[in-house]
Design a protein around this ligand. Structure first.
Ligand code: UD1
Ligand code: MG
Length: 456
């Protein structure tokens, strides 16, 4: 169910497209459904339907999966009315599992247990005990047997005191669901078609209704407001932090750690506070990440160290950091940066679409764009490649063992041959010979009889 408006988000974006851990809320639910190997996934859209369907089509395509089926609910007349829209496309055999697009942290195991309880025979409801159940549908029992779900607005004082509530998730034999949906009315406090009324029909038909408890509260918490979104984001991040720590990753503080994508870690990885990982990130064995780093779409090999405030943004081309490399503090690696083993990248150095071979160094205030850097090259402070002539990007080649002095400009396309040295302050726009010193700047002169101007 993803048709709701999400008024309290006060946003133009459809509620289920707001992001948690870098993925839209609905994507979390879809990924969980995928883990259950559902035969079919049907999404009920309404508010923001074009955006929601567009996102899900595109994300399914990117993952190489078939897109889900969509049905539209317009206008929105309640949760029962929402599920009624599915009837024409729902097969008669099998079990229908009803999920909420705005409840992102539900676990596949919890849902599997719910499906198992249904077993193709029973109506299985996911429930939870709440200290403050206001607003929720209450589970009304007679003895142990579930009799009905009564919505808060329709409940008596005695029923409102019940703390066991319906979470919005149920598993139900599809054929029975269809029959019960046909019997819904909107004769209630909200004038809506309540899905929850099918519980009463099940009882009347002699179908067993079972309640299955949720593992933990956050699994069934929905997002209705920015505050709830932020609270679930933290819960989600803590869940990921715990999983990584169970694998041996040492996080300085699990409360200050964010993964908005997938993070794979080797053994003895240490991550300091306030780091953000986005997209696909892989850290090898003994990798250390200093505080306040942002790392997106990168592979960092064994024993590498990324120091404080480093920004790595691999995007599509990716970034590779070689074994034992030392990057930062305050370094910036952009798409296509490929650092070999033992490369050093220091503060305020930017590397884009460039490879650096083993042992090459650029330690201070430098730019390397569209460049091939050989082994052991030392690239001086303040030096840059002028890789863009205003129309095209051109490549620079710096062969092995070159020493580029400080504050040089290498005007691409240009090659600095093996073992050469470039004097500080040079502007190099012609290829150089191997092993020579090249200086391209005005000679130093001193004017002996020069006098400073004096104030008139
Ligand atoms: C519903 C349940 C309530 C339960 C609560 C758990 C009903 C009648 N009540 O309450 O027992 O405790 O969930 O959160 O089902 N939606 C549509 N179309 C609609 C109405 C809703 O697609 O016409 C979607 C919403 O986008 C949302 C979900 O259904 O994803 C639940 O709707 P919401 O209004 O949040 O649930 P409640 O009515 O508060
Ligand atoms: Mg409602």
């Amino acid at each position: 169910m993803a048709a709701g408006k999400g008024t309290r988000m006060k946003s133009r974006t459809a509620k289920v497209l707001h992001r948690l851990g870098g993925r839209p809320l609905i994507q979390h639910v879809m990924d969980t459904a995928q883990a259950l190997r559902a035969r079919r996934t049907i999404v009920i859209t309404g508010h923001g339907a074009d955006d929601v369907e567009g996102w899900l089509r595109q994300s399914a395509q990117a993952a190489g999966r078939p897109a889900p089926d969509f049905v539209r609910q317009e206008p929105q007349l309640g949760t029962g009315h929402a599920v009624q829209q599915v009837v024409p496309v729902l097969p008669d055999d099998g079990i229908a599992l009803i999920l909420n697009g705005d409840v992102p942290l539900i676990r596949a195991e919890t849902l599997q247990a719910l499906v198992d309880k249904c077993g193709g025979q029973r109506l299985a409801l996911l429930t939870v005990e709440m200290a403050n159940p206001a607003g929720y549908g209450r589970i009304v029992r007679k003895g142990d047997a579930v009799q009905a779900i009564v919505e808060h607005k329709d409940a008596s004082e005695a029923q409102r005191a019940l703390r066991e509530v319906y979470t919005g998730f149920m598993a139900v034999p599809s054929a029975k669901l269809k029959a019960w949906l046909a019997r819904l009315t909107n004769d209630n406090a909200q004038g809506e078609f309540y899905l929850t009324d099918i519980v009463g029909f099940a009882v009347a038909d002699g179908c067993e209704v079972v309640a299955s408890p949720a593992g933990e509260q956050v699994e069934v918490d929905g997002v209705n407001s920015p505050l709830q979104l932020a609270e679930l984001e933290r819960a989600y991040q803590l869940r990921q932090a715990r999983t990584l720590m169970e694998q041996g990753v040492r996080l300085a503080d699990p409360a200050r750690f964010d993964v908005r994508g997938t993070l794979h870690c080797g053994q003895d990885v240490e991550i300091d506070v306030n780091c953000v990982f986005e997209g696909q990130v892989t850290l090898g064995n003994n990798v250390r990440i200093g505080p306040n780093c942002v790392i997106a779409n990168a592979r960092i090999a064994d024993n590498a160290c990324i120091q404080a405030f480093t920004h790595i943004e691999g995007e599509k081309a990716g970034v590779e950091v070689g074994e034992g490399a030392l990057v930062g503090p305050f370094a910036r690696l952009r798409p296509g940066a490929q650092l070999g083993p033992d490369v050093h990248i220091g503060n305020f150095v930017e590397v884009k679409n460039s490879s650096m071979a083993r042992g090459a160094k650029a330690n201070h205030l430098a730019y390397l764009g569209d460049t091939t850097v050989g082994e052991r090259v030392n690239y001086g402070a303040g030096s840059i490649t002028a890789n863009y002539d205003g129309a095209n990007k051109n490549r620079t080649v710096i062969e092995a063992d070159v020493h580029v002095g400080s504050n040089c400009v290498l005007v691409a396309p240009v090659t600095v041959a093996k073992g050469g040295t470039i004097g500080a302050g040079s502007v190099i726009n012609k290829n150089t010979e191997p092993g020579v010193l090249t200086v391209a700047r005005a000679r130093q002169v001193s004017l002996m009889n020069w006098a400073r101007p004096k104030k008139k």
